[in-house]
Design a protein around this ligand. Sequence first.
Ligand code: BDR
Ligand code: CA
Length: 308
Amino acid sequence: TRHFIIDCDTAEDDIMSLFALIKNGISVEALTIVEGNISYEQEINNALWALEFIGKDVKVYPGSDRPLVKPFRSVEEVHGKGGIGDEIVKPSKLKPENKRAMDAIVELADRYAGELEFLAISPLTNLALAYLKDKSIVDKIKKVWVMGGTAWGRGNITPVAEYNIWVDPDAAKIIFNAGFDITMVPWDVIVNYPINDELWNKIKSMNTKMSQFYIKIYSHYRDYSMKNEKIGGTPHPDLITTSIAIDRSIIKKSERHYVDIENCDCLTRGMTVIDYLDLWKKKANTEVVYEIHFDKFLNLLFDLLKWF
Ligand code: BDR
Ligand code: CA
């Protein structure tokens, strides 16, 4: 069994990522919540509500509700006020844990030392706090999968920065320079693999509970991205990253490089600076994903939509 922590800012794509891990037999030891996308309280509600929908009792740990240094900026315009559109949902039974995310991360890293994998589909604040508390987690966490940054400097929150890294560039700088084994799936890579009209309509006609749930939670995001992102469909940054974590043969092309993060309050805040020519002669700290096998990703997505 593989053991995962999933760290998220619970919008539509984060929710499907959680489902994908569970569906594929991965043991999700914790869901840690970090600031991002929408209000913090709604992120927690969404996580518990989603777990009720699939009938799983994964432990949900509240973590940081703001970046380490910078002021927080949410993106309700992208995901809707509720993160799954404008509807505000609440769980009826499940409750979050009392323990904080950073404490849970440190404890689980101990318990599953050498085996634990960390899926970060959100800003890196919780992981940075856990690391600042106990630096030995670097050697205990086997892999950090990151949805974030850009490969070629085409961002979504600024022209050159991707949202997850931009929200807390100070946390990201700590994590990228800490010595973790990181695989990074950049925003400007995943925009090449949108769910277009044809695929969207195919999902709409599926009539499973899961496909209906998918259409419900992605509709707002789809409308937003069709109008604003100019990529001909709905992007799936978190779910593509998760799929790669589940089955790394989905990666078609990746390279190892030294990556650093710009954390100034400046034009390029949050940019992932990739030393692709090895000009700095620093040890590569990141596997950067450049291309994926889209057909394999779609197989994983459609299997998930047929789950029930
Ligand atoms: C990332 O930011 C969030 O809005 C998404 O869930 C994804 O993790 C994309 O930039
Ligand atoms: Ca996310």
